[in-house]
Design a protein around this ligand. Structure first.
Ligand code: SF4
Length: 224
């Protein structure tokens, strides 16, 4: 067994999907370590001593302990950083695969695309994440998603700019993906008012019709 065939996993658990159009579905979450970005609002624990290492056989054995869920959610961190592992693991799960990704690693996505059923891809706003110019990575990523069910998740706060709204709508319409607006949360509260969130939805709708406003529901349910 080579190192390439092992992966560091932060946690494995079942819960209810709390974001986007699949909200309310029970999923088996596999949380990967590490990320190539550093978003201002990130709440993932990246401490290096807090993980378990798996090879494919052991992870398959672990997930086989769970049943009665809609799909496996690959989450993070950024799961696509573990693409070598995913190429051997995913074809053997026999389950529907839901990928949560920051949508910046288009080439790595291509390597596992045949095994992915649903893509939840972030569009990173500089006003919320502090990350500049992520759009050029998103453009290539969404182009590579063609043929796989894909939606885009946009976390925003009161600093969102009109120019960012236009760029998001342009990305959404060019690649035919639904945009899900998700107000940034602090603990279990939205950090913008409901009125502001609706105003932002209306601004998006002036440019593109395939847009919905969906807050993080698992926080209201007090679930992971
Ligand atoms: S992409 Fe996700 S996991 Fe990575 S830093 Fe941003 S919020 Fe955290």
């Amino acid at each position: 067994m080579t190192d390439e065939c092992k992966v560091k996993i932060k946690e494995i658990f079942t819960s209810v999907q709390g974001e986007g159009p699949y909200v309310g579905y029970k999923q088996l979450f596999i949380r990967f370590c590490n990320c190539n970005l550093k978003c201002n609002y990130c709440d993932t624990d990246f401490k290096d001593d807090n993980y378990e290492e798996f090879d494919t056989e052991r992870l398959l054995e672990r997930i086989n302990r769970y049943s009665n869920y809609h799909s496996i959610s690959l989450t993070g961190g950024e799961p696509l950083l573990s693409v070598d592992f995913l190429k051997t693991f995913l074809p053997r799960t026999g389950k529907k695969i839901y990928l949560e990704t920051n949508a910046t690693l288009a080439d790595k996505f291509r390597e596992v695309k045949p095994f992915i059923d649903i893509v939840s891809a972030d569009i990173k706003l500089e006003s919320a994440t502090g990350i500049k110019d992520s759009y050029k990575f998103h453009d290539k990523f969404f182009a590579n998603c063609k043929g796989v069910e894909t939606f885009a998740k946009i976390v925003f706060n009161k600093n969102i700019k009109d120019e960012e709204i236009e760029i998001c709508c342009d990305l959404g319409s060019r690649h035919g993906v639904e945009l899900i607006l998700q107000p940034e949360m602090q603990n279990d509260l939205m950090i913008v008012t409901p009125e502001f969130a609706e105003e932002i939805l209306d601004k998006f709708l002036q440019h593109y019709s395939n847009v919905r406003l969906i807050p993080q529901v698992h926080k209201f349910l007090n679930l992971k």
